[in-house]
Design a protein around this ligand. Structure first.
Ligand SMILES: [Zn+2]
Length: 318
């Protein structure tokens, strides 16, 4: 089966790695008079990306830009290797992320600490991107896709302080990285109902900034959302509004729960139980793999909420 999914408006969805399960991290290729990739995944994603280009009749020299919504390794770990393979591409990243992609020592050390001996299989190599090939982008910046089409960038904090989103003027789709949350397209494909919740994965979750980012995304009135985790969602504004409603639960409710019972596994269970109860109330049926996927996400969500609580205690949260 062809692993790429052709979407409308000259957009192709690619399954990137790493992820703990199949189809949990997506990259998007916009092709036409200019060719742009959004998200690289880890270096292990490169064969998928190169073969997708090939199947569109493109060679790597024809890639004009590689955009990473933020520098977490499941989004940007393979940027250095891919930039070597695409000699004419410019890398677009938020200013706060640039130095880490050009000098990835800290990213590598952090990943080795988290993943231990799995680092090699999951992420190696993480190569530096030459500084002169990086263009920093923030709110108000655009990228010209030709034929009157452009990507408009917005700085969106709350998940990471180096996060941007890109609004495509032709599809009116928003490439939302991690800031619009985690979307489960397999639930949508099976049930026709959409389900998404915030992504509070470590370490820069900030509910105030995240709520402001949701307000910004809603104000753009996108038609669709292109989630990195995972897939394309329609009725974007309704979904953004529904997802935004979870933020007080992730912050106030989960933090007071954690203060009463300071345990990662307790908080993970608590998030999981509340999500399953919500799905049941909404009449959205899920299967065993969905439950596992949710549990993986909620473990990360709980870790990020705890990191936020620790910053609150130190007085270093905004
Ligand atoms: Zn992330």
């Amino acid at each position: 089966m062809n692993p790429y999914k052709s979407l409308e408006n000259h957009i192709v969805q690619l399954p990137l790695v790493p992820s703990h399960a199949k189809n949990r991290a997506a990259g998007y290729l916009i092709y036409g008079s200019r060719n742009v990739l959004i998200e690289t995944g880890a270096s292990q994603s490169n064969p998928v990306i190169l073969s997708a280009l090939n199947s569109l009749g493109l060679i790597p020299d024809q890639v004009d830009a590689i955009i990473v919504t933020h520098i977490h390794l499941d989004h940007a770990g393979g940027a250095g290797l891919l930039m070597q393979q695409c000699p004419n591409a410019t890398l677009l990243v938020h200013p706060n992320g640039k130095k880490h992609l050009c000098n990835p020592e800290r990213l590598i050390a952090g990943a080795k600490q988290v993943y231990g001996k799995d680092f090699e299989t999951l992420f190696d190599p993480i190569l530096p991107v030459p500084e002169e090939r990086v263009q920093t982008v923030s709110s108000g910046d655009t990228f010209d896709l030709g034929d009157g089409r452009e990507l408009q960038f917005h700085e969106t904090f709350g998940h990471a302080r180096h996060h941007i989103i890109a609004f495509d003027t032709e599809s009116r789709g928003l490439f939302s990285g991690d800031i619009a949350g985690v979307f489960h397209d397999r639930i949508q494909e099976r049930t026709g109902q959409s389900f998404c919740f915030p992504n509070s994965a470590p370490t820069q979750f900030d509910p105030v900034e995240m709520a402001a980012s949701f307000d910004l995304m809603i104000s753009l009135q996108p038609a669709s959302l292109f989630f990195t985790h995972y897939g394309k969602a329609e009725k974007a504004v309704d979904l953004l509004k529904a997802t935004r409603e979870w933020i007080p639960f992730f912050s106030e409710v989960c933090i007071s729960t954690y203060r009463n019972n300071p345990s990662l596994s307790f908080l993970t269970d608590y998030l999981q139980e509340n999500m399953l109860a919500y799905l049941e109330k909404e009449g959205i049926t899920i299967d065993e793999l969905d439950v596992q996927n949710l549990r993986f996400d909620n473990n990360l969500n709980a870790q990020g909420i705890i990191a936020y609580e620790q910053r609150l205690q130190k007085g270093s949260a905004r």
